[in-house]
Design a protein. Sequence first.
Lengths: 263, 220
Amino acid sequence: MATLDIELPRMALLYGLCLVPWLLLWLIGLRLSKDIGISILRMSIQLALVGIYLKMLFDLNHPWLNGLWILVMLLVADLSILRRAGLKTRYFVLATFVAIATSILFSTAYLVALVIQPTHYYDARYIVPLAGMILGNCLQGNVIALERFYSVLRKNENEYATFLMLGASRWEAVRPYFRDAVKAAINPTIAGMATMGLVSLPGMMTGQILGGSEPWLAVKYQIAIMICIFTSTTLACIINLRLSLNTAFNAFDVLRDEVINKP
Amino acid sequence: MLPIIRFDHVSVIVHEKTILSDISFSLCSGQKAVLCGKSGSGKSSVLKTLLGLHPVTSGTVYFQETPLSPSSVQSIRSHSAYIGQEPMLGAEGVREALLLPFQFKTHRDHRPTEAQLIEVLRRLQLPSDILSRESSRISGGEKQRIALARGLLLGKKLYLLDEVTSALDAQSRQAVFDVFSDPDLTVLSVAHDPEWLERCGIVFELEAGRLAQVRHNGNT
């Protein structure tokens, strides 16, 4: 059962749907035409490029090329995490890269090599979308973890100093904020798993069903991806925060001012 | 006698602003000293610099004649108790706050007994039922005395006090004075309170980050 194609004229018809919200927004006095136009244009161009990349990747299906693609995704994710968490790239780029690379490679390899077991472990059809989806979710978690940890630490500077004065090591003194940040980062995933299927049909499952898969197969893949997202987010956040402690403090255990971007 | 604390031409500049400028003084074991001066004159910064919370721009801070460095900062932090104007208890309940430092590796083997807890509270004129109260529901003056009790439980000999008597009533102040009449305890404090100034053997007057005057009171 193949998915029905959307031909070009009908694609144009699809874009026409945007006129409904555009008109409504204009009627209530929100002048967002420029923003909406740019967003729709960007989405279309970016996805078209991804389409070209993926087509090439799938046709060649070469292990090194697939690996390179994952590396590029990791680098882009690394920079995006730090920018969104408000931290200076120079100080955290390595810690974040090590954290997301370790966790993504571990969970994707576990899923593909041990659980799915395709003929070629490097098969682009499996590793590219799976690693991409895990990474996308892991990215959100790391932004929350870093942002939360460093903002809470700054807000509680006096409390942190008190812990140090009471004989805590740097690690002992940051532990309450560390736990808080990890919890904030993984809570959305845990909550997402608990309501999965009740509130909305998960994206990957929807995609597979549209692609012609049996619902049961789609369900199994959805469970697989959720477990991998949960594992890699937890792993990445813990490794990332732990490694960031090495560069974010001065030798006297005081948080360095210059590591955080001023808003 | 060798000084326990010594500042040797110490200057501190934070964000291009001079906080301390060429400060030199020393304090021997058992001495009680107070830093006074207008707000912004750098009194609290002296305490923070000693604890390694402000980086020293020039000069050297000595603790027990060892220069303050990343490897020695743990020593000053573990030998001293810092009590601020609004001390952070760092735990939800008063009992947990008192026992907090004993969770850390350095102090893990010295957990006090219930009797020791009650004895130290009594010395500071605090009722023993305060142990079961929440940290957010006790007054500023009680917080200061809990922080002080924590220092005493840790057996600290050096106390860095930032305006500790300001929030206390007469009776609790007397209790704090009594604790520090112990000749074994060394005190470097920040205060405005004339009664406290009178009880300190050495008065350092700061003016715009400089040490303007040192007075020795006769009674130590």
